[in-house]
Design a protein around this ligand. Sequence first.
Ligand code: BTN
Length: 301
Amino acid sequence: MEINVIMNDLHRCGYFNETADPCGSSLSSETDPIDPKLLIQMIQNQWLGKKVCCLRSVSSTNDILEKLGEQGVPHGTVVTADYQSAGRGRAGRSWSAPSGSGLLFSYLIRPEIEAKEIPLITLAAAVGTARGLEKATGIRPGIKWPNDIIFEGRKVAGILAEARFEHSHPKAVVVGVGINMHLQTHEWPAELTNKAISVFQITGVFFKRQEVLQAVCEENEREIERLIQGDPQIVLNNWLAYSATIGQVVDVVLPNEVFRATACALNQDGGLIVQDEFGVQRTIYMGDISLRHVNRGCTGD
Ligand code: BTN
């Protein structure tokens, strides 16, 4: 139902007509609006953010874009929302934020890559988001493997990349980004006050979502393009430059197992090489880690 309404709207405002303005006027919040036309005009990109749709309330921008992807929207299409009623995070978690308090958006890419390279998209998006945030706000965030953007141990942004496969090849990947922008300390639910933080709490400044979106999209294109051009090593090096993970003691949380380890390095596929308490090295591709805030070296360092 929701997608039909959005598709009609997109057709009405000429989204699928190259010569018309995409999405007409912004449907986004009045206090901190995101104007798709302005974004398209200002963004210094070749493909990411050249088709933009800004909506008030959706289930999840990832869901909307996945469905738009099936309808054939092009590589680089962006959907933003002020509010998500069913925002999703990694590992089946939910992602919720009061309307207009966050920068919530997804972009769709149609990369010609192998399935095993998908984790690299996640890392590239993390670098692009961390660097875009730094460029727009001056914050220097860190990345907790694989793609949590953190500041002083608290999460300021999260990324959820979801791929659709055809004959075991990734046909399209939707990358969803949620950035905590404006929430103040007293506005967080109690269980998140020590775990999450907003750009406003860090800087004391009400940065405009439009400007942050532009910078984050520019930096995401830059990093994703490196993968498309077959240059993953630069993405890995850039990720390491923002790493808040390597050298840290972590709890590794896998579907059937939790163990303490030291994060040692990234491998070429974006997997995290850890050394457990018995000195055994393992590489993790899925799952989560939590930081114990203790530095330790790995054998061979
Ligand atoms: C995580 O840290 O677990 C990932 C969070 C990703 C949240 C964003 S908000 C925009 C997009 N739509 C979603 O439903 N999720 C992502």
